[in-house]
Design a protein. Sequence first.
Length: 463
Amino acid sequence: MSLELEQPTLQEQFEQLIATEDKLQIRDFLNDQNISDVALLINEYPDHESQIIANMSMHRAAMVFKILDFPTQKHIIRELPSFKQAELLNELPADDRTDFLEELPKEAIRDLIKLLDPEERKITLSLLGYPEDSVGRLMTPDYVYVYAHDTVQDVFATIRKYAKNSETVDVIYVINEQGELIDDIRIRDVILAAPDKEVHELIDGRVVALNVNDDQEHANQVFKMNNRVALPVTDDNNILLGIVTIDDILWVANEEFSEDMQKMGGTEALDEPYLDIPIFKLFRKRVVWLIVLFLGELLTATAMGYFEDEITKAVVLALFVPLIISSGGNSGSQASTLIIQAMAVGEITVNDWWRVMRREIISGLLLGTVLGIIGFLRVVLWHQFAPNIYGEHYMSIGAAVGFSLIGVVLWGTLSGSMLPLLLKRMGADPAVSSAPFVATLVDVTGLIIYFSFAYFFLQGLLL
């Protein structure tokens, strides 16, 4: 029986080539790999990351560079000689280059922009001039456009001449002599049309465009609603300025998701990977929210102090305080998370507030009733085994606990669902109404609800 020889892994082949120091073989090897595999090598061999980029063809190096995380990009640029920096930056698509540069300190941006070719420098400075998180920062000016009077044969000639530098040729854009966007046509429609057919016969007038000042989050929603791989970007006068492609939007969606998750956890959004962010910077981003939440919880102590007489007369009430406030906080956190996620994917808007409130009132009553019944049964059944804990008024205590749970859970669901919508209406980020923040709010108000019901059911008995 013959045994098959095991093929060396990608990492083993790379290590063998690095040991030979044969630059030509290393270059051929790297250029033959998938872009994602080269990125994997860079992540696994950080000591060789700049060497890997420098030994690839610059076009492929730029494709690898654009999918790396920012700390790795920054380290590679720092390690490359200036002429390689210039080659790499000039080869990068304008939108990816802008995305990288805007994360750097101003001094570094100034030095790197000097390395760009005049035309690329002009484009980059233009993109950097748009507001942060706007579509203008994402767009690329490299696209294929034609005129309505062009024939299909003319379109193919234009594609052959200009498409090499375009980020995509899946969509061709139709403009007039003033540069205004008329329509876009899919390459499939062009391929299937007769050579002498004119472009105006192919357009359908259903163009979807983004404004250069639109928020990137809005662009994400437009892409999802229209199922496009690229969208044109125009100014306020409908002049076509560039295009945004789906790969850029996917990066935006990933960043927005990460930021929202961090904010919902009760911390500021981290602008660097967790393991790369300096410990003191991490401390500063976490401590502010912890102080805010701590001060909020101090109100809980104040509320407890206000009901001190009731607790002194009926110490048994204190046994259920953690149960009551945690149930309200949990229901509020659930509602807050659901609403923020639904808003993020475009399922609901601020105008849907009344529909949301109606649903949450019903949900809160149902959830509260279930927990209230469980809480009531807990008191009643426990009394059968330990009658001395709750005393002769155990039914009234159970009723106070049960109705308090209904009220607190209902209040928690309403608070958790309405706060994100209110913040959105005020122009703030809904994610800052995070689960910890909602829980803190409900803790304080939950105590008031609990002791109000306790006073109602136990007045003249224990209180």
